[in-house]
Design a protein around this ligand. Structure first.
Ligand SMILES: C[S@@+](CC[C@H](N)C(=O)[O-])C[C@H]1O[C@@H](n2cnc3c(N)ncnc32)[C@H](O)[C@@H]1O
Ligand code: SF4
Length: 415
C-alpha cells in the first residue's frame, strides 16, 4: 500500500478550488427576538443609522490597512436583520469596500432579509444599492409553525417576498427550519416540495437546534417544549437529501443546497464542476478555509498576514462596539494567531462539511502544512474502512455516514 503522503498527493485533472476573499458585515438589530435564535441579535427602540454607517465604514478602513491588496470575491450582510439597514448604508459599505479593493462591487453581494411586508418593500432599494443576491428567512410555509417559531410574517407574506426577490435579484435563496417538534416526515416532504417549486438556485435547510441561551432553551429546560430526539431526525435529513437532489438542488454542504454549475464536459475527474453554480460563494470561502474580514459587533474574521493566520472577533454588545469604534477606529475584541494544529483542525471541520470535500492542495495552501502532517495512514484507513470518509486522488470527503458525526471523525483523525 502506498504511504499516506504519496496517496494524498496524487494529482488528477481536478484543480484546487478558489478560496476567495470575503467581507462579512454584521447588522445586530431585529424587530423582535425569535425564541430559537442565539445569533448576536438585539431589539432596540431606536438606532442612530448615521452613527452606525460611519462606524461600519471606519472599521472597513481599519481592516483594509491590515488586509492589503486583494481581490474581494464576496460581501455578505448578515445579522440580526440587515434588511432593517438603510439602503444608503448598504450602498456606502459596498462603495467603501470597492474603493479599497477595486472590482468588489461586481462580486457576489448577499443581504439577509426577513420576509415581512415592510422589509419586502425595501428589496428594490437594496438592489439599487448594489446587492445582487438576497437570502430570505422564510423558516416555514405553514402559518401555525411560523407562529410557533415566533416569526413576524405568515406563509402568504413569505411566498410573496420570495416571488418579489425572484423578480428583483439575479440570485436569491431562502432558509427553512425543519424537524420541528411534532412535525411529521410527510408534512415536511409536502412543505419542501412547495418550497422547491418556488426556489431559485439555492436553499438553506436547517434542522431546529434548541440552544440553552434562548427562550426555547428555557422552555425545554422546564419541560414545556420537547425537542425532536436526534434519532427521529435521521429520516427528515434523508428525505431532504433525496427530494432536493431529485429536484436538481443537491446538497453541497450539510444544510445548503444549490443547482450545480458547469457542464459535464467541464467536470474534472472527481465530478466537481469547474464553473460556478448556485452555491453561495461567500460561504464557500469559509468552508474552503479562505480569508474573510468580520466587520461589526461580534463578527468573526480570518485573515492571513505574512506566515500567520489571524482570528479576529468584534465586541458583541452593539453599543460597546460602536463606542470603541468611535474611540479607536475599530471594534475588535479578540485578535490572535491561530497555531498550526488549530488551523488544521479548523480547515478539516469546515472542509469536510462540503460535498466536494477538502482539496489536498488547497488544504496545504490554506493551512501551511499538508494534511498528512496532521494524521497517519492507519487513522485514515480506519475511518475509510468504517465508512466515515472516502478519498479520491486529490480530495478527502465525508460520507453520508460520516457527516452527522463530523466532530468525532475529525477528533479521531487528529488524535
Ligand atoms: C442570522 S439568521 C437569520 C437572518 C434573518 N434575521 C431572519 O431571521 O430571517 C440565519 C438563519 O439561521 C437559521 N437559524 C437560526 N437559529 C436557528 C436554530 N436555532 N435552528 C435552526 N436554524 C436556525 C434560520 O433559518 C435563519 O434564517
Ligand atoms: S432569527 Fe433572524 S429575526 Fe429572528 S432573532 Fe435571529 S436574527 Fe433576528
Amino acid at each position: 500500500m502506498p504511504a499516506l503522503a504519496e496517496r494524498l498527493t496524487q494529482t488528477d485533472l481536478d484543480a484546487a478550488p478558489e478560496r476567495g476573499f470575503g467581507v462579512y458585515v454584521h447588522w445586530p438589530f431585529c424587530l423582535a427576538k425569535c425564541p430559537y435564535c442565539d445569533f448576536n441579535s438585539h431589539v432596540r427602540a431606536g438606532v442612530d443609522h448615521a452613527r452606525w454607517r460611519k462606524a461600519l465604514l471606519a472599521e472597513i478602513d481599519h481592516a483594509a490597512a491590515r488586509a492589503g491588496r486583494r481581490s474581494v470575491t464576496s460581501i455578505f450582510f448578515g445579522g440580526g436583520t440587515p434588511s432593517l439597514m438603510e439602503p444608503a448604508t448598504v450602498a456606502a459599505v459596498i462603495e467603501r469596500v470597492d474603493r479599497h479593493w477595486p472590482g468588489a462591487a461586481d462580486a457576489e453581494i448577499t443581504l439577509e432579509a426577513n420576509p415581512t411586508s415592510v422589509e419586502a418593500g425595501r428589496l428594490a432599494a437594496f438592489r439599487a444599492a448594489g446587492v445582487n443576491r438576497v437570502s430570505l428567512g422564510v423558516q416555514s410555509l405553514d402559518d401555525a409553525s411560523l407562529k410557533f417559531l415566533g416569526r413576524g410574517h405568515n406563509a402568504a407574506e413569505a411566498i410573496a417576498a420570495v416571488a418579489l426577490a425572484a423578480r428583483i435579484f439575479p440570485r436569491f435563496s431562502f432558509d427553512l427550519i425543519y424537524a420541528r417538534p411534532e412535525q411529521s416526515v410527510a408534512a415536511w416532504r409536502a412543505e419542501l416540495a412547495q418550497a422547491l417549486a418556488m426556489a431559485g438556485d439555492h436553499l438553506s435547510l436547517y434542522t431546529l437546534t434548541i440552544e440553552a441561551s434562548t427562550a426555547f432553551g428555557a422552555r425545554a429546560a422546564k419541560g414545556e417544549l420537547s425537542p425532536m430526539p436526534e434519532d427521529d431526525m435521521a429520516p427528515f435529513f434523508e428525505a431532504t437529501q433525496e427530494i432536493c437532489a431529485a429536484a436538481g438542488l443537491p446538497a453541497y454542504e450539510i444544510s445548503n443546497h444549490a443547482r450545480p454549475g458547469g457542464g459535464a464536459a467541464l467536470h474534472g475527474t472527481s465530478g466537481v464542476p469547474s464553473t460556478p453554480g448556485g452555491e453561495c460563494r461567500h460561504n464557500l470561502t469559509y468552508w474552503r478555509y479562505g480569508d474573510y474580514l468580520g466587520i461589526g459587533p461580534g463578527a468573526h474574521g480570518r485573515i492571513t498576514v505574512g506566515p500567520d493566520k489571524i482570528a479576529t472577533r468584534g465586541i458583541k454588545r452593539p453599543e460597546s462596539w460602536l463606542e470603541q469604534v468611535e474611540k479607536t477606529g475599530h471594534g475588535g475584541e479578540v485578535e490572535e494567531v491561530i497555531d498550526a494544529d488549530e488551523r488544521g483542525a479548523e480547515a478539516l471541520l469546515m472542509g469536510l462539511r462540503l460535498g466536494e470535500g477538502i482539496h489536498l492542495d488547497n488544504f496545504r495552501a490554506a493551512v501551511g502544512r499538508p494534511l498528512d502532517s496532521f494524521t497517519t495512514a492507519a487513522k485514515l484507513d480506519r475511518l475509510i474502512a468504517g465508512g466515515f470518509l472516502r478519498h479520491t486522488g486529490s480530495r478527502l470527503m465525508a460520507t453520508a455516514k460520516g457527516l452527522p458525526v463530523l466532530n468525532s471523525v475529525v477528533v479521531e483523525l487528529l488524535r
